[in-house]
Design a binder for this molecule. Structure first.
Ligand code: ADP
Ligand code: MG
Length: 392
């Protein structure tokens, strides 16, 4: 082990493990029936009926992961409380198991039809062009925003998705990204440092934790999908010098590309994200020689491990101070207001976190619309919430 290597967070408990029936490629009938009888059924159990299981159980995806239905649904069987409960192991999984994945996609992304596909209209640069955002923050909305963060999930076309990956594929991705980050010109907004989980110093680790930039292992649901295997190898966090452009490497998807800053300059954050995504795409193309950099599907766009993130893979959020509204109507009602506007509310320290005076407002839709339109959804919703707050 090289000096500085820090393996403290490795725990074999988080390596992939099959649920017992699935390990024998048998349908977990009792568990699936119980899941279907529950009020909130994981989509994996809802869609994978005994009939569908019989039909697809011996099939393997045609991609590098040789994915199976047993592997795909393992998370949902072990954790029926998970909302989606299934994962793809490679791009081919989605079409090779279309009878399973297409209904899951349509149930999650309500209103989206796999038969129709998405009409994304234009190149990635056009869809992520900040000047096309046709609405502005109005009234007091700007002053109420504490910070803005927009991220996209992306996977590299030349590797299997992480649930179907190996230690070698994860390390090859991190090695490639390390070279890509080195191509950013030193004076550019994107230039910065890449910290790998295996080699970062304790001081670097602490600083990343303090700034909330580090992702950490130890999530059982992630483990059940195979995301977590070979932890911490191939994992890393890239940060530009201004700490406004962040990449997560091999957390779940190969890449989470994140643009963030204090305040409510949504267009600046979106514009940086667009440049960053292009910088990464160009860098990967230059170093790998690959024509196709990001894994794309002709029907829905960006391919991600979890069907919930496919499409744009984008979540654009602001943290907004609405203390009176929170006290008056509560989080659930605010979330309902957001959902009526194609958005959602979260606590400000991540999904399912506690709400005190501020909430995280972001686009709900991820698919079927260009990215700038999803940013418009978020801005419109924030304007509405700011008006509601001021009316109290
Ligand atoms: P994701 O959809 O990217 O997985 P999460 O809800 O899991 O988002 O949040 C990831 C992290 O990003 C959390 O630490 C959260 O506090 C932070 N975050 C999300 N939105 C913002 C924002 N607008 N400003 C600052 N931090 C944010
Ligand atoms: Mg998250």
């Amino acid at each position: 082990m090289p000096s500085g290597e820090n393996q403290r967070s490795y725990d074999p408990d988080y390596d992939f493990r099959f649920e017992e029936s699935l390990a024998n490629n048998e349908y977990p009938a009792a568990k699936m029936a119980a899941a279907r009888a529950a009020e909130h059924t994981t989509l994996a159990a809802e869609v994978c009926t005994p009939e569908l299981w019989e039909k697809l159980k011996d099939k393997h995806s045609s991609g590098p992961a040789k994915w199976t239905l047993a592997r795909a649904i393992n998370t949902g069987v072990m954790y029926p409380e998970s909302f989606v409960g299934c994962h793809a192991g490679d791009r081919e999984s989605y079409d090779d198991f279309a009878e399973f994945f297409y209904p899951v996609i349509e149930k999650y992304h309500k209103g989206f039809s796999m038969a129709q596909g998405s009409d994304l209209q234009g190149t990635p640069a056009e869809r992520m062009d900040a000047s096309r955002i046709g609405v502005d923050l109005t009234g007091s909305a700007q002053d109420k925003i504490i910070s803005t963060r927009i991220r996209v999930a992306r996977n590299l076309a030349m590797f299997p998705l992480n649930p179907g990956g190996t230690r070698e594929s994860r390390e090859a991705i991190a090695d490639l990204m390390e070279r890509v980050y080195a191509t950013f010109p030193a004076e550019s907004d994107l230039a910065g440092n890449f910290y790998r989980h295996t080699t970062m110093s304790d001081a670097q680790r602490q600083s990343l934790i303090d700034d909330h930039f580090l992702f950490r292992g130890g999530d059982r649901m992630q483990a059940a999908s195979g995301y977590h295997d070979h932890w911490p190898h191939g994992r890393g966090v890239f940060l530009n010098h201004a700490k406004t452009f962040v990449n997560w490497v091999n957390e779940g998807d190969h890449l989470r590309i994140i643009s963030m800053q204090k305040g409510g300059d949504v267009k600046a954050v979106f514009s940086r994200l667009s440049q960053a995504a292009k910088g990464i795409e160009d860098g990967v193309r230059a170093i790998s020689g690959a024509d196709e950099v990001f894994m794309m599907h002709p029907k829905f766009g960006a391919v991600t491990c979890c069907p919930s993130n496919i499409g744009t893979g984008m979540r654009g959020s602001v943290h907004i101070l609405v203390p009176k509204l929170i006290a008056e109507v509560g989080f659930d009602k605010i979330n309902a207001m957001c959902r009526e506007r194609n958005c959602q509310a979260r606590g400000s320290t991540g999904e399912h976190s506690e709400v005190i005076d501020r909430i995280d407002v972001s686009n709900w839709r991820r698919i079927g619309l260009p990215e700038y339109k999803l940013v418009e959804d978020m801005i419109n919703c924030v304007n509405y919430l700011a008006e509601q707050e001021d009316a109290l």
